[in-house]
Design a protein around this ligand. Structure first.
Ligand code: MRU
Length: 337
């Protein structure tokens, strides 16, 4: 099952806010509906957002036809999709790719959007294979039982069109018969780890244990983790990596402990227009996500919060970036851009 797809005349996506308790889909036929799905993280994860961006252009074109929009209204609507989440570069990338076909008509936009989805599915398989080889190489002892990996947020099939990036590596290792245990951190405040990654790993039959976000660096320091594997929302030309907030402490701990820190992402996550991570805008979200849980206020009534959703891991802490085409080693001075 694809996390996001085009069926008949609409986007059909898995509503990731309802998981793990309910597997339901949302059908999107309007730009407003798509922006809402992106903002509330019904669809999320950089590669899945790339697909959403490309399909968003198709939704906009069809809505423009139905409602008789002029070109300015159409472009403004497409721009709203593009800007719905600034950090994950794949969203803008997907929009821009499909938008280049606008002048050729709706059918050409649809072909391009479908190509984005197909290529993402293919890229993820390649990342899984290359990443599995890389992790085996980095941890050295290929015959040791129970490879112990730590991951953050969700970089699985849900975060992509299908299969996954960092979790795709875990999946490939599992399929190869490697015995693995995964430490999955909760990923406050929206719990992509304990809700989504746990759900995916359970489905795949990969053993995992949940840990609170603050536990990760200590587990790494105690030698309980062989490698950290995470996805990325944007990678700068110099190899700086922006990913879900809480990634940077894992990278610091991994560097200090001499544990490989591996970032898995498609080439489309590498932003060649951004030389370093300092230029990347980090989304902030509603303070209420931090001040309470499930509609219940947990912080004092007058408390405020800075809900920064991403952090920046400098290139020198990144052992390797694995894409569908190559392995880049930023900590050794290689640059992906
Ligand atoms: O805010 P989210 O849930 O979209 O954040 C997602 C992540 O940080 C993922 O690690 C990243 O997008 C890579 S997904 C393959």
């Amino acid at each position: 099952v694809r996390s996001i797809d085009w069926r008949d005349d609409r986007i059909v996506l898995i509503d990731q806010t309802a998981l793990p308790h309910e597997l339901r889909t949302v059908e999107v036929t309007t730009v407003d509906g798509l922006v809402d799905a992106i903002v509330r993280l019904a669809v999320r994860g950089a590669p899945a957002l790339g697909a959403a961006g490309a399909l968003g252009v198709l939704v906009a074109v069809r809505q423009a036809r139905r409602e008789g929009w002029d070109a300015d209204t159409l472009h403004a609507a497409i721009d709203r999709v593009r800007a719905a989440r600034p950090t994950a570069v794949n969203l803008a990338w997907g929009v821009d790719r499909a938008r280049t076909r606008l002048a050729e008509g709706a059918e050409a936009v649809e072909r391009e959007a479908r190509a984005v989805l197909a290529e993402d599915a293919e890229a993820n398989r390649a990342i899984g294979e290359r990443g599995a080889d890389l992790v085996a190489e980095l941890v050295g002892d290929k015959d040791a039982p129970n490879l112990s990996l730590h991951t953050h947020c969700n970089s699985g099939g849900l975060a992509t069109v299908e299969w996954g990036t960092a979790l795709g590596i875990v999946r490939t290792l599992h399929e190869r018969g490697r015995r693995i245990e995964v430490f999955v951190d909760e990923t406050r405040p929206l719990l992509q780890g304990s809700r989504l990654t746990a759900w995916e790993l359970a489905d795949l039959g990969v053993p995992y244990r949940l840990v609170v976000d603050g536990a990760g660096p200590g587990l790494i320091a105690r030698g309980l983790v062989d490698a950290v594997v995470v996805g990325a929302d944007r990678i700068a030309g110099n190899g700086d990596v922006v990913n879900k907030v809480g990634t940077y402490p894992l990278a610091l701990a991994a560097a200090r402990a001499g544990v490989p820190f591996v970032v898995a992402a498609p080439e489309s996550t590498i932003d060649r227009n951004t030389p370093t991570g300092d230029e990347i805008e980090l989304d902030t979200r509603d303070a209420d996500e931090v001040l309470g849980w499930a509609g219940v206020r947990t912080a004092p009534p007058d408390a405020d919060a800075l809900n920064i959703a991403f952090d920046l891991t400098p290139a020198d802490l990144v052992t390797a970036i694995v894409t569908e085409r190559r392995v880049v080693r930023p900590a050794a001075g290689e640059k992906p851009g």
